[in-house]
Design a protein around this ligand. Structure first.
Ligand SMILES: Cc1cc2nc3c(=O)[nH]c(=O)nc-3n(C[C@H](O)[C@H](O)[C@H](O)COP(=O)(O)OP(=O)(O)OC[C@H]3O[C@@H](n4cnc5c(N)ncnc54)[C@H](O)[C@@H]3O)c2cc1C
Length: 460
């Protein structure tokens, strides 16, 4: 053990190999299980990551990459492994304002990258509740989604190029800046959403957009899910491509984020079957505000929407977003089981009704809260279990309903350790065999984040 630590210290330098109390402190999280890493390694450059991987490869030591540790599927669990934290590799190396491109190290916090883009009149559109802690490398490795996917896509859609260190230490520098580049395999896709199992992301070239000039937001109340779908259709058509968020909150969610101890308060008078936070981002303050108001007014007149509150200031807009961001209120009643599933829009209402009914039949005291990025087909379900022993049965029930409708057990959080048993409920045997073969080709000794997504298993 001390030999191994000395080898790591030799490549990383003094103070960059944490053990004992110092390592344990880094492994404390309220969000995710991190285990007890053998050591926490803090490289400062891609060369140091490369040298670290060479040592790990030679010694057969498992390595678990760490970003901001906000992942929700225990993908950074590092028992019997060294944790490779990218926190010192947090520089924004370049913002090319003419090309709309940012070159950034993987350990940079998402919010820091967004603010740096904004300071140059540009826009990095990824937006997550964990923006203040999650890192660019973690966002890439989970292919994070969030609030503005319907307009700008997921993290993978914002990545033009990557620098990655492979399991054996090879640095693959694929720092493409072109929007179109079909010269051979699109290698960056091997590392987007693969949860640190195929390589360590050290640097990225991100595509930025021009900063929007206008932001309009509203919270609306609706009587039924058919109206939610009709509202989405009308907004997509009426806002001319400016619709940037469509966040649906079922009443239990809205209640919990607008009632003490939550700091938020109701935005609408009266109760509704659904609440939707709508946002549009555009290029003209006055025109966009008028259009936003007109299109919403038409939905009110047509009876699609029962009530609407339009934000009249930045502070009101921020208060509306704060309700949606306060999703942590749904996990007050521990233990919980949290779900992040994908479904077709036309299946959602029946899916939620079936989940509610089947849960209540088996466990009348269980409580379900639902919210989600509905325009992306992405629902989050929080089940207050009351009894920890129920978790597995509840997961079987919910994922069974997802499978029956051809949905996915993971819309945006990944598989990690938590959903491993359910991968085959969404992916077929040949897909999983190909995943295993890719893993074997890129990481033959299985040292990179072992056990995440699937166990190592036999060749497919
Ligand atoms: C309040 C809250 C809200 C959230 N909202 C959303 C949301 O709307 N949408 C969404 O998609 N997610 C959301 N998440 C989940 C989480 O924030 C994302 O998965 C995020 O992308 C993880 O980034 P991270 O830096 O924290 O990664 P970590 O948690 O540190 O790691 C996540 C995975 O990526 C791997 N990894 C990390 N860095 C690297 C690297 N440099 N190279 C290779 N592998 C690496 C890890 O090994 C692990 O498997 C939310 C989480 C919280 C707590």
């Amino acid at each position: 053990m001390s030999d191994m630590l000395a080898r790591f210290e030799a490549v990383l330098g003094p103070g960059a190999v944490l053990t004992g109390e110092a390592a344990a402190e880094k492994a404390v999280s309220r969000i995710t299980r991190l285990g007890k890493p053998i050591a926490v390694l803090l490289p400062s450059t891609a060369d140091q990551v490369s040298a670290t991987m060479r040592v790990a490869h030679e010694l057969g030591v498992a390595v678990s990459p760490w970003g901001g540790k906000t992942g929700l599927v225990d993908g950074a669990f590092a028992d019997n492994a060294v944790a490779l934290s990218l926190e010192r590799m947090n520089r924004i190396e370049e913002i090319d304002t003419a090309a709309g491109v940012m070159v950034v190290e993987a350990g940079c916090i998402l919010q820091t990258a967004c603010e740096a883009a904004e300071a140059e009149g540009l826009f990095l559109p990824l937006d997550l509740g964990s923006r203040g802690s999650a890192t660019i490398g973690g966002n890439i490795s989970t292919n994070a989604g969030g609030n503005r996917v319907l307009r700008y896509g997921m993290m993978g859609d914002m990545v033009l190029g990557l620098e990655v260190v492979l399991a054996g230490g090879t640095i693959v520098s694929s720092l493409n800046r072109l929007i179109k580049n079909n010269a051979g395999y699109d290698l960056k896709r091997l590392f987007i959403g693969t949860e640190g199992t195929l390589g360590v992301v050290t640097r990225a070239v991100l595509r930025l957009r021009r900063a929007p000039v206008s932001q309009n937001a509203a919270v609306v109340g609706l009587a039924g899910f058919a109206e939610v779908c009709e509202l989405l259709r009308r907004l997509e058509a009426g806002l001319g491509g400016c619709l940037s968020a469509f966040e649906v909150m079922w009443p239990e969610f809205y209640d919990v984020v607008t009632t003490s101890p939550a700091v938020g308060r109701p935005v609408l008078v009266g109760r509704h079957a659904y609440y939707v936070l709508i946002e549009s981002l555009g290029g003209d303050d006055e025109d966009d505000a008028n259009r936003f108001e007109r299109v919403l007014g038409e939905t009110l007149e047509a009876g699609v929407v029962e009530d609407a509150a339009i934000a009249k200031s930045q502070a009101e807009c921020d208060r509306m977003w704060a309700l949606r961001d306060d999703a942590g209120q749904t996990v007050r009643e521990l233990p919980i089981a949290a779900f992040d599933v994908s479904l077709g829009l036309s299946d959602m209402e029946a899916f939620v009704a079936a989940a509610r009914r089947d849960l209540a039949v088996r466990w009348p005291d269980i409580h379900l809260t639902v919210f989600g990025h509905v325009a992306d087909g992405n629902l989050h379900l929080i089940v207050a279990l009351r009894d920890r022993q129920r978790r597995h049965d509840v997961e079987n029930l919910i994922y069974g309903l997802v499978r029956d409708r051809g949905g996915s057990v993971s819309a945006e959080h990944g598989i990690g350790l938590q959903k491993r048993a359910y991968l085959s409920w969404t992916r077929n045997d040949n897909e999983i065999a190909l995943m295993r073969n890719l893993k074997r080709a890129l990481d033959p000794s299985g040292i990179l984040n072992p056990g995440k997504i699937f166990d190592q298993g036999q060749p497919g």
